[in-house]
Design a binder for this molecule. Structure first.
Ligand code: ADP
Ligand code: ZN
Length: 437
């Protein structure tokens, strides 16, 4: 296989040179961070009062972690490190887990971010001949403009379609011969259900690839989307605190996501002890942004769970790979004392062919106990009025889930399209238990 590099020199930079580059960038970023009261204090406590006090990458380890709380406390301008006249853009996180946080960019920050997204897109084999439909929300969320800019930088024809309205999405795909999509994995699954409903023929479309991210999904879900839509799906990871998309992305081998270490310093730590974990072990991803001046972010606790790959990738890129994000530390449900990640449930149900494209996990209190109900849609081959196969399927789903998480769930089957869909990040868990118990 011939791999396509956007910036061959940087993408294949030998580790010693990559680390030397990181140190230079880190010093530059620290000089900006020192302009904010928050980091002046934090860095001062770690003995860093000038950028030159950073002598090696190891010195970063002395700096305390930055958390989402810190960002909220600093709202709105606490993390701004340049005069406001030099800021050209702001973005905010989606606020999945609380109040949104704001990130600022100057012109060069936007250019650097764009370049990382272009690197991701081009690395999957896209080029200027592609037509790219960006089916994700534009606006404060970074996914829309982030991919838009990256797509234009690659030279693709970019259609800023945004989310929703599947009939219009299909029309755009057909009219303009769209070859590449970007969406959340849940929207891609929904799109496929709607394709059947609206009678859109796959042969009438020229689709080849999709970038899917912004929410966790399993390998089985990827496979499902690839088989149903007959496209190549690439996992895309990013977060607004680190600019947005373009932090880590799969290359054509689709085996782990290359985290661009000339833009970010990654660490994986134990979420409880905050001690570094050996490569290969799953923990919380901590990131330092090396490519933004306007809002420095040092050792930011993403709360996302991942692990480093230990082997280099056959594509020749020297930037380390991380495992697909399985969820966030705060996604974890405690059901009758058992720790359960929603991704564990997703993984097993999406592997069952008869299960449809949407599901919802509901947790309630029943007396003193917690009750887990898993609602799934059924696939198009299942008839809702034929009780026997339906019950058999229900039983199979129940047993598979129980085998995986040890909890015996209630299973409900629903018609395709019956469960709620969201246009942005899917909401998969409904926890109805009283908060103060
Ligand atoms: P919010 O924290 O409000 O959701 P963002 O809009 O910045 O803020 O979303 C970033 C988060 O989305 C990440 O921290 C991660 O939890 C999730 N995410 C993004 N891409 C992926 C992906 N490919 N796989 C799993 N989770 C992802
Ligand atoms: Zn690779």
């Amino acid at each position: 296989m011939i791999y396509q590099y956007w910036d061959e020199k940087m993408e294949t930079l030998p580790r010693p040179e990559l680390e030397a580059y990181q140190l230079r960038q880190l010093k530059a970023v620290v000089s900006y961070a020192l302009k904010t009261p928050f980091y002046r204090e934090r860095l001062g406590g770690a003995g860093i009062r000038r950028a030159d006090d950073v002598k090696s990458l190891e010195d970063l380890k002395r700096v305390p972690f930055t958390t989402k709380h810190d960002l909220r406390d600093g709202f709105p301008y606490g993390f701004l490190s340049i005069p406001q006249e030099e800021v050209v853009r702001l973005h905010a996180s989606s606020g999945t887990t609380g109040a949104p946080t704001t990130i600022y960019f100057n012109k060069e920050d936007i250019a650097r971010w764009t370049n990382f997204v272009a690197r991701c897109i081009y690395g999957t084999g896209c080029n200027r001949a592609d037509v790219f439909q960006n089916m994700i929300s534009y606006g404060l969320f970074t996914g829309g403009l982030g991919f838009h800019q990256g797509g234009e930088a690659v030279g693709m024809l970019v259609i800023p379609s945004g989310t929703g309205n599947t009939s219009r999405q299909f029309r755009l795909m057909r009219d303009f011969g769209v070859t590449v999509l970007h969406a959340t994995p849940s929207f891609l699954l929904y799109l496929e259900s709607m394709m059947r409903e609206e009678g859109v023929l796959r042969e009438s479309l020229k689709l080849k690839k999709a970038f899917a991210g912004a929410e966790p999904y399993s390998e089985d879900t990827r496979r499902r989307i690839e088989e149903l839509l007959k496209i190549d799906v690439y996992n895309s990871y990013g977060l607004s605190e680190m600019n947005g998309p373009g932090v880590a992305f799969e290359c054509q081998r689709k085996d782990g996501l290359h985290l661009w270490e000339d833009g970010y310093i990654p660490e994986i730590v134990d979420p409880d002890s905050l001690e570094p974990l050996p490569d290969g072990e799953i923990g919380e991803l901590v990131l330092t942004c090396l490519c933004r001046e306007a809002s420095p972010m040092l050792r930011y606790r993403t709360r996302d769970l991942s692990a480093f790959y230990t082997e280099p990738c056959a594509c020749g890129r020297t930037h380390r790979r991380i495992r697909r994000i399985t969820g966030r530390t705060d996604d974890m449900l405690i059901i009758n004392g058992v720790n359960v990640f929603p991704s564990q449930i997703e993984e097993v149900i999406m592997a069952i062919k008869e299960v449809g494209n949407n599901y919802l996990i509901v947790v309630e209190k029943e007396g003193v106990l917690d009750r887990l109900t898993v609602k799934t849609e059924v696939g198009p081959s299942i008839f809702m009025d034929d009780a026997r196969p339906l019950n058999a399927l229900k039983e199979r789903i129940r047993k598979t889930i129980q085998a995986s998480i040890t909890i015996n769930p209630r299973v409900e089957l629903h018609q395709p399209g019956a469960l709620p869909v969201s246009e942005g990040k899917a909401k998969r868990v409904q926890d109805d238990r009283p908060r103060d118990v």
